[in-house]
Design a binder for this molecule. Structure first.
Ligand code: CDP
Length: 241
């Protein structure tokens, strides 16, 4: 983010390097229930991102001292495969993965009816197989489907979506080059029905007006992504005649 360069991210026709309009998402494909051993699972391809989410639980939280008497604890683990990025990533958690696991856990907790399952844990594994910017928001979108697939009651299907600023223009869903050379990236987790925001981070800088524009853009896109989630769930759970 913010590396000064001569690279132009928006051309004379107002199009981005991958041909998208400012408010256009990358292509997204989702599939629910892809793993036999997990209680719930989902796979998402979002632009160049390929991410698997698996859910276990609710099950008795272990070790016992992490149990909460009044609610389930949500433990998301975000992990990037060594082969998911250009420069081989050392296996195992780094500071970034620890931070992302924490904020994703908190975002998911805000939609799950945790009070229904005291003393349990709901474990959510997000495995990034291929990364191309926006992995935390794609991971949240897949995790939400995996939770639904595990039958865990939620207020809403949470949607992850980012917006930001490149070449002075507010845009939706930054790709890798835009993330590297743009001015700002704002990943968000959104509850589409109530239009609440459960996660908002910002890397870079933008004006107040630009930020509200970016939030509005992501909020609209969240409605589209939410429809895709419902379709993906229907493909697994509704019999086709
Ligand atoms: O993926 P997300 O946008 O949520 O997080 P980020 O920290 O802004 O990372 C942006 C992108 O940088 C990732 O999606 C990867 O494509 C890339 N990256 C990488 O190449 N090597 C890392 N160790 C971490 C991120």
């Amino acid at each position: 983010m913010g590396i000064k360069s001569d690279i132009r991210l928006i051309d004379d026709n107002g199009l981005r390097i991958d041909g998208r309009l400012p408010n256009q998402l990358r292509p997204i494909k989702m599939e629910v229930g892809v793993l036999d051993r997990a209680d719930g699972s989902a796979y998402i391809e979002w632009g160049g991102n390929k991410i698997m989410a698996a859910v276990y639980g609710p099950r008795e939280a272990y070790p016992k001292h992490v149990q909460e008497a009044e609610k389930a604890i949500i433990r998301a683990r975000y992990s990037m495969a060594p082969f998911s990025v250009d420069e081989r990533k050392r296996p195992g958690p780094d500071r970034r993965a620890v931070e992302l696991s924490k904020v994703i856990s908190e975002a998911l907790e805000s939609v799950i009816f945790v009070e229904k399952y005291p003393r349990t844990s709901i474990d959510v594994y997000i495995e990034v197989l291929q990364a191309d910017a926006g992995t935390r928001v794609a991971g949240i979108t897949a995790a939400s489907l995996a939770l639904a697939d595990a039958g865990i009651p939620m207020r809403d299907l949470i949607v992850g979506c980012a917006a930001g600023k490149i070449d002075g223009v507010v845009v939706l869903d930054l790709n890798k080059e835009e993330d590297n050379y743009g001015e700002a990236d704002v990943p968000m987790a959104i509850l589409p029905r109530t239009r609440e925001i459960a996660l908002l981070q910002m890397d870079g800088d933008m004006t107040y007006e630009e930020l509200t524009g970016a939030i509005e853009m992501a909020m609209e896109a969240a409605q589209t992504i939410h429809k895709m989630q419902i379709e993906a769930l229907k493909r697994k759970y509704v019999e086709v005649e």
